[in-house]
Design a protein around this ligand. Structure first.
Ligand code: SAM
Ligand code: SF4
Length: 509
């Protein structure tokens, strides 16, 4: 299929990403795919022909941000700019987005990204055919032909009676009755995924932002259905990539000069190698070790791990392979067995602590971080206190804490005893204050120690370099004499000061 840019002047796009690392990496793949199609990425919405938002719906606030952004730039539609919503909000809200933001032309869930080029050709064709005939849109027939190559795409044709002699009924739905005159000139294209999709977004065209550290997706979707979480609905069923393709991508990255790889998935340790003879299929720990052994790769991280599937073999791999970083992110969500049960996490506090004990018994000092939700429906003060005692018991290196946010389709929506927002906010404050004290005390242990860091940035204002240790700690440092290392280099830094969220030190020369 020909690319959009081959038919005229180069088209430009602007892409803003909301949410987690999975979304950031999806955006890198979307950018690579569009650039390969002849598009050019630009820095501002004003410069762009096509404005894309890769969205997050994990909490209501994240979802609302997208609609605010769409409202902020709505007026640019009059200049012929087109708007697209990608990712989790797209998948969750589907065609309802067109009602709430009628200037949107494209809605595409993450498992349909491979078809984005086809969808954009379709959109472009429809636009071309409408040029010069704003009040009387022309036939979309060319587009319909293109769509026949992509059976999962739906074109919402605002003028079905005038297009393709009734073929619209077989490929799309009509929504024009709700649209005003101006809106009806828009063509709407959706690529929404079936939860049962087997598609992974594997592409050789990944436009990685950072030349030193990069992401590799190893598993997509989620089958865990925690009671509060939209991910199983927005990202579809769990599906793993083959270990062969993951390793090929890791080797390719090493050849390009990357030294750090982060393996990504909603639950990386639920990984199941889908191909090869049973004996040659790799477990997650084996895949992790194999990526850590790729020549040229100095650091491997992985996120996120689910406590239920966290085995001792992961700790053994970290012990055995020097390139695997001393850091595990293991979300606990709550310290109360009753709340964990209501959340459908399928592990107990004791089982979680057992996994912490495995890590503490390892040969290396593994930094442990977690996610916590406060104010899940029915969480009592005593149950919240159990989360606080869990913090004391584990003494996490860092936590990401959230107020429970009710999400569409999730089982927790029907639970009674919602906690008022100001009480959730109070619990969040208490939790964060307690964790801050733990981090201040914990970070003092690093004073005088030497860490290897990868240099991530230089801050000229402060004449300071920003490094990250294997334990994922930010270490800001000065270089005696002023000549510091280059971004992407590895350096030894002695820690001379500590703060709740970072360390500071001096380059060892
Ligand atoms: N798969 C990972 C796991 O099992 O822990 C987490 C992935 S989720 C994208 C990231 C975090 O968002 C979760 O660990 C949870 O703490 C938080 N989260 C998810 N749904 C939430 C909700 N409805 N309200 C508040 N926080 C939520
Ligand atoms: Fe969401 Fe639970 Fe799946 Fe994590 S494991 S993505 S929290 S449903």
């Amino acid at each position: 299929m020909s690319g959009v840019a081959q038919r005229g002047p180069q088209k430009t796009f602007y892409l803003e990403t909301f949410g987690c690392q999975m979304n950031v990496h999806d955006s890198e793949k979307v950018v690579g795919t569009l650039v390969q199609q002849g598009y050019r990425q630009v820095e501002t919405v004003e410069q762009a022909d096509l404005i894309l938002y890769n969205t997050c719906s994990i909490r209501d606030k994240a979802e609302q941000k997208v609609f605010h952004r769409l409202a902020d730039y709505k007026k640019l539609q009059a200049q012929g700019k087109r708007f697209g919503v990608l990712g989790c909000v797209a998948q969750q809200e589907g065609e309802k987005i067109f009602e709430r933001a009628p200037h949107v032309s494209l809605v595409c869930g993450s498992a349909s990204y491979r078809r984005l080029p086809e969808m954009l050709v379709q959109l472009k064709n429809a636009q071309l055919e409408n040029v010069g005939a704003p009040s009387k849109p022309r036939s979309l027939r060319l587009g319909w032909e293109a769509m026949s190559l992509a059976p999962n795409l739906t074109v919402i044709d605002p003028h079905p009676a005038k297009t393709a002699q009734g073929r619209a009924a077989s490929v799309g739905e009509t929504r024009d009755s709700r649209l005003g005159t101006q809106d009806s000139q828009l063509v709407r294209i959706t690529g929404l995924d079936d939860r049962q999709t087997d598609e992974c977004f594997e592409t050789e065209f990944t436009a990685r932002n950072n030349p030193h550290r990069g992401y590799i997706t190893i598993i997509e979707g989620c089958d865990k259905f925690c009671a509060y979480c939209v991910v199983p609905f927005t990202r579809g069923k769990e599906r793993s990539r083959t270990s062969a393709s993951v390793l090929a991508e890791a080797r390719q990255m090493a050849d390009l000069g990357y030294t750090e790889i982060q393996l990504l998935g909603q639950n990386v340790n639920s990984y199941k190698d889908p191909a090869g003879k049973p004996a040659s299929r790799k477990s997650f720990a084996e895949l992790l070790a194999a990526v850590g052994e790729v020549t040229g790769i100095r650091r491997v991280r992985f996120t996120t791990s689910h406590p239920r599937d966290f085995g001792r073999d992961i700790v053994a791999a970290i012990d055995a392979v020097p390139a695997l970083c001393d850091h595990v992110h293991l979300p606990v969500q709550s310290g109360s067995d009753r709340v964990l049960g209501a959340m459908q996490r399928l592990y107990t506090r004791e089982q979680y602590l057992e996994r912490i004990a495995w890590m503490r018994a390892g040969r290396r000092e593994i930094a442990i971080t977690t996610d916590v939700i406060v104010g899940f429906p029915g969480e009592t003060e005593a149950e919240f206190a159990e989360t606080l005692t869990l913090l004391e018991e584990v003494r996490f290196d860092a936590i990401f804490s959230f107020k429970y946010s009710p999400r569409p389709n999730t089982p927790a929506l029907s639970l009674e005893d919602a906690i008022p927002d100001d009480e959730k906010a109070r619990r969040l404050d208490v939790l964060m204050a307690r964790q801050k004290e733990i981090q201040i005390a914990h970070n003092k242990n690093y004073l005088g120690s030497t860490s290897e860091v990868i240099v991530e940035a230089y801050n000229p204002g402060r004449n300071q370099w920003v490094g990250r240790s294997s334990q994922n700690k930010i270490v800001n440092f000065m270089a005696p004499g002023g000549a510091g290392p280059k971004v992407g280099a590895y350096a030894q830094v002695v820690v001379t000061a500590c703060f709740p969220n970072s360390l500071a030190g001096e380059l060892v020369v």
